[in-house]
Design a protein around this ligand. Structure first.
Ligand SMILES: Nc1ncnc2c1ncn2[C@@H]1O[C@H](COP(=O)(O)OP(=O)(O)OP(=O)(O)O)[C@@H](O)[C@H]1O
Ligand SMILES: [Mg+2]
Length: 261
């Protein structure tokens, strides 16, 4: 049984979701150090993500976005509130590739852990390398890849974990604007072909609109949900679409980054 499932069973505040969705009710997280000092990261966060829905989460730096994803992925436990969630995998903010493995081996890591043979795991990972613009780099070590390429390998590793819920922590944050646009298009198409429940943390409000079905805007720390915006726009969406511009204004207003007229 995977470690993640064991952790769920041990925590009284966790229940498996019956429908591959995510449900958080009144979730609070307070970090405490050895001297008793406390930092409250999240305060009473309630959010529902339906099966196959993409929830984008935006908020100022330090408002608890990474904490939220780690809670959903069972990497930490809430201090109050409840979380019901299907098995979830985290793509961390930093790529955390293993330097002694090749790019293909890094991408295939979860498959190997799940018991897939080396050759099968490599074949499944390599099949996606071309699609991500990584063709020919299967045997490269992470230190031989650019930052953007490393991030794409990390993204592939997350996808290949095969969990129903993907938690993506600023997955394209380190990419240049052109590559980021390409990756957003690729993710959008991938999810259209094979929908997954996704919680996508991003600093980029336009990215949230282009990729999300809904956007949760968090307050400064301790993070609370201050606004939820439906993104009821046809796909594919472009940053230059007029409706994207007006939703962007609403999200920026909620974040306090635009002037009210
Ligand atoms: N392991 C930890 N121990 C103590 N405090 C922590 C820990 N992890 C996060 N924090 C604190 O909790 C708060 C929220 O951190 P978190 O990393 O969740 O924010 P974030 O919204 O992801 O920020 P960023 O946008 O900069 O990535 C911060 O004040 C941070 O200092
Ligand atoms: Mg973070």
């Amino acid at each position: 049984m995977p470690a993640q499932v064991r952790l769920r069973a041990q925590s009284p505040q966790r229940e498996p979701a019956s429908n591959d969705g995510v449900l958080l009710a009144g979730v609070t997280r307070i970090y405490r150090d050895d001297r008793g000092a406390a930092v409250q990261a999240l305060a009473g966060v309630s959010l529902a993500v339906a099966h196959g829905e993409v929830l984008a989460v935006v908020g100022p730096s330090g408002c608890g976005k990474t904490t939220l994803l780690e809670l959903i992925c069972c990497l930490q436990a809430p201090d109050a509130g409840t979380i019901a969630c299907a098995p979830a995998v985290l793509m961390p903010q930093r790529d955390l590739l293993l330097p002694w493995l090749s790019a293909a081996e890094n991408a295939a890591l979860a498959l190997r852990v799940a018991g897939c043979s080396r050759s099968q795991a490599r074949a499944r990972a390599s099949a996606l390398f071309e699609e991500l613009g990584l063709g020919g780099f299967e045997d490269a070590r992470p230190q031989e890849l650019s930052g953007g390429m490393r991030q794409r390998v990390a993204f592939l590793r997350t996808l290949l974990a095969g969990k129903p819920v993907l938690c993506l922590d600023e997955p394209f944050g380190a990419l240049d604007a052109i590559t980021r646009g390409e990756m957003q298009g690729w993710l959008s198409q991938t999810l259209a072909r094979a929908p997954r429940t996704v919680v996508l943390v991003t600093h980029d409000v336009e990215e949230a609109i282009v990729l999300g079905d809904r956007i949760a805007v968090l307050s400064p720390r301790p993070g609370r949900v201050i606004e939820e915006l439906e993104v009821d726009l046809p796909r594919p969406r472009a940053r230059t679409d007029a409706e994207v511009g007006s939703l962007r204004e609403r999200a920026l207003l909620a974040l306090g980054m635009a002037k009210r007229t």
